[in-house]
Design a protein around this ligand. Structure first.
Ligand code: DUC
Ligand code: ZN
Ligand code: ZN
Length: 486
């Protein structure tokens, strides 16, 4: 009898910490053995290939409505199919509250939608209305269900929280061991500038990038760090795009604060020039914050390399280039009316492999850390996800490091209908992908059943613990932030 159900034989196994020639034995969906000469009921020949942990994408929008109620192009089937083809085997999408929504219903709706997923998933919660009920009952209840991260917005009329509301949400997160993720841009600067631009008739997509000034990101990052320090609450700043923002985070980290941060493909591989196209074509590249310039790209690479930026996520926010998505008023759509976001769930890893690892900017171990391990660690999924180790889920992407691929919209499997990376030449592609030991993609074909993905409840974990170091003034508050009795 074979000890293993599946053996991946002869590949180079890469984790965050090491690179070695080894077979991987899989039993009951878990990594059961690592060594040479393993046997199994099924053998996958990985000679000449790289055997990497499946990607963990901790920032994706799927089957979600934007703040203007514009629907994403992807449901959980198309979104997770696209993830799988790109070597990603775990995703963390958002359950999005809009101001009028009751949180328990929001969560229930997304649990229903996610029944179509083909890879495993956890959830974050977007909080737009932190009222008494939300703070006292609904957030603790969500955490009890294993939804242990909340995204808040400092901009957008229909989503943004006041500083007081942010402090309230942070207080709950600190007490109950959740992570506050922040969209950090100064609302006043953006909306004031946008109002003036529109009055002047400057409504093309390129003005979106102009209104979202670099300074608006840096100011908001500085403010959110200040607020987090008052509460002593770990935070993660999503989609960081500017050298100024990164430098502010670097300084906070040097002071020992628990500030995690993320950047995304659009800040490494696009610039504001991509948005500057005739008519409304630039809408395809509009996201918030917007792509910047080459110096900002360089700062993002440096931030990833030196650890200031903790994770590299897709921020997959797929909107079609038609009236259902980016262009509600056709070619008359102004930059203020366009949904913000670009697709990237499938190409996140291949782009990073070619332009990061193959280009010599990062090592393979850093590739694994930034695309998988650190996401699992930061969000409380490690070591179940994010590594290839005994007892871990056998979520594995087998990469052909020499496979040449030209990106076209027909190559990718999401429902957006375009890719911002059309025509780029890649070297290296995940040719076989396993989730919990089951082959879900092989040689360009999906072999997974709709609905096989499982929900991942997340436990309280070390990165989510406060430092225990508050500003002295907080000592004047009595009975503040007492842990809930379980
Ligand atoms: N923020 C995101 O994280 N994604 C899309 C749009 C936005 O503002
Ligand atoms: Zn955002
Ligand atoms: Zn996002």
């Amino acid at each position: 009898m074979n000890a293993n159900d599946v053996v991946i034989r002869g590949g180079i196994v890469v984790t965050e910490a090491e690179t070695r020639l080894a077979d991987v034995g899989i039993r009951n969906g878990k990594v059961a053995a690592l060594g040479i000469g393993l046997s199994g009921a099924t053998t996958i020949d990985a000679t000449g290939k790289l055997v990497l942990p499946g990607g963990v994408d901790s920032h994706v929008h799927i089957d979600q409505l934007s703040s203007f109620a514009i629907p994403c192009a992807d449901d959980f089937y198309s979104g997770t199919k696209s993830a799988a083809f790109g070597g990603t085997t775990t995703i963390l999408p958002f359950c999005a509250q809009h101001r009028e929504d009751a949180l328990p219903k929001v969560l229930a709706d997304y649990f229903g939608k996610a029944k179509n997923a083909i890879v495993d998933y956890g959830f974050h919660l977007i909080i737009a209305n932190p009222n008494e009920q939300t703070l006292a009952s609904d957030l603790p209840a969500a955490i009890g269900q294993g939804v242990r991260s909340f995204k808040i917005f400092m901009t957008y009329d229909r989503m943004r929280l006041t500083d007081e509301q942010i402090l309230d949400v942070m207080s709950v997160a600190r007490r109950d061991g959740a992570l506050v993720m922040v969209h950090a841009e100064n609302h006043g600067i953006i909306s004031w500038l946008a109002g003036k631009m529109v009055k002047q008739g400057n409504v093309a997509p390129r003005y979106h990038a102009i209104c979202h000034t670099r300074s608006s990101e840096a100011e908001a990052i500085n403010r959110i760090i200040t607020l987090a320090e008052v509460i002593d609450c770990p935070i993660l700043i999503v989609h960081v795009s500017t050298p100024e923002g990164i430098e502010t985070i670097r300084k906070a980290q040097a002071r020992g604060l628990k500030v995690f941060a993320e950047t995304c493909p659009q800040y490494l591989f696009l610039t504001a020039r991509d948005i500057d196209r005739p008519g409304v074509l630039g809408a395809a590249f509009c996201c918030s914050p917007p792509p910047r310039d080459e110096a900002a790209q360089e700062a993002c690479w440096q931030g990833l390399k030196d650890g200031t930026l903790t994770v590299y996520s897709s921020d997959h926010a797929p909107y079609k280039m038609d009236a259902s998505g980016k262009l509600p008023n056709g070619d008359k759509t102004t930059f203020k009316e366009m949904a913000n976001g670009v697709p990237g769930i499938e190409l996140r890893l291949p782009l990073f492999f070619t332009f990061g690892y193959k280009a010599g900017r990062i090592t393979l171990n850093e590739f694994v850390a930034l695309t998988s391990t650190r996401h699992a660690q930061t969000y409380g999924l490690y070591p179940q996800k994010g590594t290839i180790a005994l007892g871990s889920d056998a979520d594995i992407a087998i990469w052909d490091p020499e496979k040449r691929v030209t990106i076209t919209k027909d190559l990718v499997h999401d429902n957006t209908g375009y890719t911002p990376y059309e025509g780029r030449e890649l070297t290296g592609w995940p040719v076989t992908v396993l989730s919990r030991g089951e082959i879900i993609v092989q040689d360009g074909k999906l072999t997974a059943e709709r609905g096989r993905g499982r929900f991942l409840p997340r436990e309280r974990s070390a990165p989510l613990e406060p430092l225990g170091r508050q500003i002295p003034e907080m000592a004047q508050l009595s009975a503040w932030n007492t842990p809930l009795k379980s």
